[in-house]
Design a binder for this molecule. Structure first.
Ligand code: CP
Length: 315
């Protein structure tokens, strides 16, 4: 694997290998001394041109726990704020001997463009409304553990996803998480249904090969996982729904809708959450909420991704 730019680039074998190695990495998180020598001498630069809590911190932890030298760069404090182009910034840092760039950028396609300029490996940590492949991988990791199919050797089969029904609900139009999840979950064998008001459905969604509806109540009882997506107010220019109250009633998870989930069904949210808008506190903090498990999985999965890119084959 040279880069990780899109969840659609991963074959079933590659995705399963990342999830299996993440299981090994997961054990590190419960240790007192969280350090492996795996990436000693390798340099990973985290370049975040958009805000992040989970992704940036977990990539930094992942690199550090595997003994890589990790460096963080953001727009403020780098020469991009003086007008240097992304290309010149990338070429400059690549020329210093960087081994891997982890990039978040506000423009869809910018990370793939950056990858075409450099010799180093590149991971897409979220590009505009396009993709966020490591989020989809960590979601799958948390789901796989939830489904309880991780065997005693610490690895789970990919067959666990076959026939599972995943409902992805909310602001799909502005979401990079939904695109990566659809691509990955289709590879893994799940059945995905997208749920959103018509105004928040992406153009061409009917060609994505998934179910699409605007009625959450139609799918809530059959779902094995309900993934709630953040209403991205910062990307909205105009009114996409009449009122927040109406949105919450139709597309939120208040207690009365929560009660209709089937036993064993899980709630996911990639974060950050708008509590009281797309998700109620009762749902976010429910026993079957995987939200903190998703965060924990973020470090293990990103360790595994860096390992696959920089550390050689799992064998
Ligand atoms: N889910 C996610 O990407 O969160 P951050 O924006 O905090 O990284």
């Amino acid at each position: 694997m040279r880069h990780l730019l899109s969840a659609g680039d991963l074959s079933l074998a590659e995705a399963t290998s990342i999830l299996d190695v993440a299981e090994e990495m997961h054990t590190i998180q419960s240790r007192q001394i969280k350090k492996l020598p795996t990436l000693r001498g390798r340099t990973v630069i985290n370049m975040f041109f958009e805000d992040s809590t989970r992704t940036r911190t977990s990539f930094e932890m992942a690199g550090k726990w595997m003994s890589a030298d990790t460096i963080n760069i953001s727009t403020k404090g780098s020469s991009t704020s003086k007008g240097e182009s992304l290309r010149d910034t990338m070429l400059t840092l690549d020329a210093m001997g960087t081994d891997c760039f982890v990039i978040r950028h506000g423009s869809s396609g910018a990370v793939a463009q950056a990858a075409s300029w450099v010799r180093a490996h590149v991971v897409n940590a979220g590009d505009g409304t396009h993709e966020h492949p490591t989020q989809a991988l960590l979601d799958a990791f948390a789901m796989r553990r939830h489904f309880g199919t991780v065997d005693e050797s610490g690895t789970g089969g990919d067959e666990v996803f076959a026939g599972k029904r995943i409902a992805i609900v909310g602001d799909l139009l502005h979401s990079r998480v939904v695109r990566s999840n659809v691509l990955l979950q289709r590879t893994l064998g799940s059945s995905v249904t997208l749920v959103a008001p018509p105004t928040l459905l992406p153009t061409g969604v009917e060609q994505w090969g998934v179910g699409v509806t605007s009625d959450l109540d139609e799918v809530i009882e059959g779902a094995d996982v309900v993934m709630m997506l953040r209403v991205q107010r910062e990307r909205m220019h105009g009114g996409f729904f009449p009122t927040e109250r109406e949105y919450t009633e139709l597309y939120g998870l208040p207690p009365q809708r929560l009660a209709r989930l089937k036993p064993g069904a899980a709630i996911c949210h990639p974060g950050p959450m708008n509590r009281g808008l797309e998700i109620s506190s009762e749902a976010a903090d429910a026993a079957n909420s995987l939200i903190l498990e998703q965060v924990t999985a973020g470090v293990s999965v990103r360790m595994s991704v860096l390992y696959h890119l920089l550390g050689g084959s799992p064998e």
